[in-house]
Design a protein around this ligand. Sequence first.
Ligand code: CP
Length: 320
Amino acid sequence: MSSRHLISVQDLSKAQALGLLSTAKELARITDGPNKKLPTLRGKSIVNLFFEDSTRTRISFETAAKRLSADVINFSAKGSSVSKGESLKDTAQTLQAMGADAVVIRHGSSGAAKRLADTQWISATVINAGDGTHEHPTQALLDAFTIKEHLRADAQDLSGVHVVIVGDILHSRVARSNVLLLDKLGAQVTLVAPPTLLPVGVTEWPVEVSYNLDDVIDKCDVIMMLRIQLERMQDSYFPTEREYARRYGLNSNRLSRLKSTAIVMHPGPMNRGLEISADSADDVRSVVVDQVKNGVSVRMAVLYELLGGAPINVEAGEKK
Ligand code: CP
């Protein structure tokens, strides 16, 4: 990686991104076997610094770190001295004083992870686990890994794969990171959303834009449904949830028009009945559970690369 931090997908070249996916695949092969734990990061401490709620990202970073034998400290802003007004700087320095080698940060403010990495507040490696509406690079990596495993396992990259990303693009750090990474890896991306849920400047993104899901549903290889982020909406972005579901939701009628080889993705948490119907979420083409599983291997690869773990003997599942 170009730096010792991972803040944005833009920190990665195409070769580095593909290298991470390849390392993740090797790690998955090892940890799918009887020997789930590697001694690679023994003696390292990793802090999960979460100022926003999370299920998948926090737990998978914790699992990834433990599988590499690192020590893990979980910090949640709820119930901490943040509620007494303690700043990001003081919180981070407190955790650094306890010996953190890496800080995995999720924060509601776009740019929080970069600020932590750019200032001299702490010397630890910083990994962005989602900052406001900006980026979520490890989600994009696990999504690319999942797409590659299902559709391009033996190919160099994702050339020729058509990915349609549907929904609340405006508030989605997942969409931004995915667009950047999928484009880097050669995929074609179409965004589908009401005009109110597209960011200013989307015309500069390397994507096609459509306002009509029915125009593209039968042409894509991947359909990625995004959560409607009601908690980030101060205004009314669509008339009613029912109207949104009717125009932009993945329902049984649209599901029947998807290619038989297409895959259905969602980063979670899902609003079943709003952006995705229960039968779509549970369809045989849904890879939502795979995304979660792959998140562990991809985050292991990121921690391994950034913290300079000892080389792995893939055959033996042991340190060389
Ligand atoms: N996809 C994702 O970031 O999920 P969590 O909010 O549960 O971490």
